[in-house]
Design a protein around this ligand. Structure first.
Ligand code: ATP
Ligand code: MG
Ligand code: MG
Length: 554
């Protein structure tokens, strides 16, 4: 692996191509439409799509909708949008497993005719008991030796609705003594009267995952069926189904199942039941709350597809389970936005600053580059006037050592503008600073080449006459990272500061052209994006994507 730099899946695919087993590879992403996709699914999507692209193959999106209980059309829509947003282009290759129910039924009949499947009347408890354990072989069902004719007749009557739910199942006839419990005559069809979102009430029997999935792959010509590690010991059954149905001659043919380790992020919640509770308890604002890691939440938070892709490349593909630090994902988005986001000035916690010696009604317009590291982003005019806002934390009445920002008597640079010197300040009766007074030196304008003296601090600001009022939402991990994910009683260990809302923030005028979802760097602060759900032109709302400082070192 070290030698070629290829991961184990690429090696398998390259060998199959070299041996002429596959003229063209076909991969798929097979979500069950029973919830929103999360960052873990993104790994599978980008892996399958990336491999198809890399080897000139095809990528399918297939809804694995064979289990009607929890499926909803709403989830189909959100999954389509999320996969597209990630850039995994499936073209018109969108499939629904439920469209193959007829073929699956025919496949079951084929097995019965080969003497490889039988209808079993044991109760679920009895089936479990007969199955044996890891150390003890199972026993044959008393129905195992039913004749082919009887099985064909019973299976047809199962389909026709002649038997109650759960009273009979169709089982593959494999080996009750197999060391692999999955091979001990697994159930392949069950009776269940459930309305299906696609097929309605047409069926009262439904295929089980281990039988349906390999057939779905085979029908679509999928060559490499990539799934996560928990299916490793289902692979012999996958191969059995595909071979018994005549789709391949040996386990090494295609379609073949390949397993890799799931992506886990440290101190991040992906479990549906936890998220459902957070939504129901009103702790988060729906499944796309920017503190969650559903794809919809990451999008709303301002994470970009290319940052997510870069993250997946850094994490890599492996067969051993491990957990990745969330800070690595933040590193990737920071790295991605560094050159692509415009850098504007925004004051999140404003205090007034008055330039005493600046003319009352004058406004001048300074030429400012939008991103000093990327000329292509152009430049803008920034208004400067007598009345400004600066960050409250950029002024101190009694500064500690090494505080180089504003304090009485000290001079700093106003970013892109002039040197200003603090000559006084005002307080309200509670002792809060309300206004800071400065004088400016017209000689020191940025870009003028002034060399007369130096200042140690540079602070950002926004001109009051054209400032835009905004709400800014500051996010932290929803989990208290110090203490880990769960409390002793199994409840989530929530961080009380995971969302801090700031009202009355002041943005420079250039922000008026911001589009929903657009990301910016707030100078000296972090990356922020327009909240695509709540922001309006009357009341702009910005989400903090990530601060500028990193705890992750690549
Ligand atoms: P969840 O229960 O979290 O929704 P799931 O496995 O039930 O996950 P599916 O809809 O069955 O979700 O998954 C679709 C595909 O996504 C499967 O191929 C599955 O292996 C893959 N997948 C799910 N979670 C992860 C993860 N954490 N890392 C990588 N791939 C994943
Ligand atoms: Mg799922
Ligand atoms: Mg699943």
């Amino acid at each position: 692996e070290e030698m070629t730099g290829k991961n184990f899946i690429e090696q398998i695919i390259e060998k199959d191509i070299a041996e002429g087993k596959v003229p063209k590879i076909v991969t798929r992403f097979p979500p069950e439409p029973n919830g929103y996709l999360h960052i873990g699914h993104a790994k599978s999507i980008l892996l399958n799509y990336g491999l198809a692209k890399q080897y000139g193959g095809q990528f399918n999106l297939r809804f694995d909708d064979t289990n009607p209980t929890k499926e909803k059309t709403e989830f189909v829509e959100s999954i389509l949008a999320d996969v597209k947003w990630l850039g995994a282009d499936f073209g018109d290759r969108v499939f629904f497993a439920s469209n193959y129910f007829d073929q699956m039924y025919e496949a079951a009949i084929k097995l019965i005719k080969k003497g490889k499947a039988y209808v079993c009347d044991l109760t679920p408890d009895e089936i479990r008991e007969y199955r044996g354990t890891l150390t003890e072989p199972g026993k044959n069902s008393p129905y195992r030796d039913r004749s082919i004719e009887e099985n064909l007749d019973l299976f047809e009557r199962m389909k026709n609705g002649e038997f109650p739910d759960g009273s009979k199942v169709l089982r593959a006839k494999i080996d009750m003594a197999s060391p692999n419990i999955n091979m001990r005559d697994p159930i392949i069809y069950r009776i269940a009267r459930m309305n299906h979102h696609n097929t309605g009430d047409k069926w009262c029997i439904y295929p089980m995952y281990d039988f349906a999935h390999p057939i779905e792959d085979a029908i679509e010509g999928v060559t490499h069926s990539i799934c996560t590690l928990e299916f490793e010991d289902h692979r012999p059954l996958y191969d059995w189904v595909v071979m018994e149905l005549g789709y391949k001659d040996s386990p090494d043919g295609t379609p073949k199942q390949i397993e890799f380790a799931k992506l886990y992020l440290t101190n991040v919640i992906t479990g549906k039941r936890y998220i459902k509770k957070l939504v129901e308890d009103g702790i988060v604002d729906g499944w796309d709350d920017p503190r969650l890691v559903s794809i919809a939440a990451l999008r709303r938070r301002g994470f970009t597809p290319s940052a997510i892709k870069k993250f997946m490349e850094l994490v890599g593909i492996s067969k051993s389970q491990s957990s990745v630090d969330y800070a690595m994902l933040e590193y990737c988005v920071r790295d991605d936005l560094k050159l692509t986001a415009k850098r504007y000035m925004a004051v999140v916690d404003p205090v007034k600053l008055v330039i005493d010696n600046y003319p009352e009604d004058q406004v001048e317009y300074l030429d400012v580059e939008n991103n000093q590291e990327n000329e292509e982003l152009g430049s803008r005019k920034v208004a400067f006037s007598k009345y400004l806002y600066i960050e409250r934390e950029d002024f101190m009445e009694e500064p500690p050592k090494k505080y180089f920002r504003l304090f009485p008597g000290n001079e700093v640079r106003l970013k892109n503008a002039y040197f200003v010197k603090c000559v006084g300040f005002e307080k309200d009766e509670d002792g809060n600073v309300t206004t800071i007074h400065c004088t400016y030196d017209p000689e020191t304008r940025s870009g003028s080449g002034f060399e007369g003296r130096k200042v140690k601090g540079t602070i950002h600001w926004v001109s009051a006459e054209s400032a835009i009022d905004a709400e800014v939402r500051l996010y932290e991990n929803i989990i208290d990272e110090e203490k880990g994910k769960l409390n002793d009683d199994g409840t989530l260990n929530l961080n009380p500061n995971s969302l801090v809302i700031k009202q009355g923030c002041k943005l420079e005028k250039a922000f008026e052209d911001a589009q929903p979802g657009e990301a910016f760097q707030f100078l000296r602060n972090g990356f922020f994006c327009v909240d695509s759900k709540d922001s309006t032109s009357e009341h702009p709302v910005y989400n903090r994507i990530v601060s500028l400082k990193s705890s992750y070192k690549p």
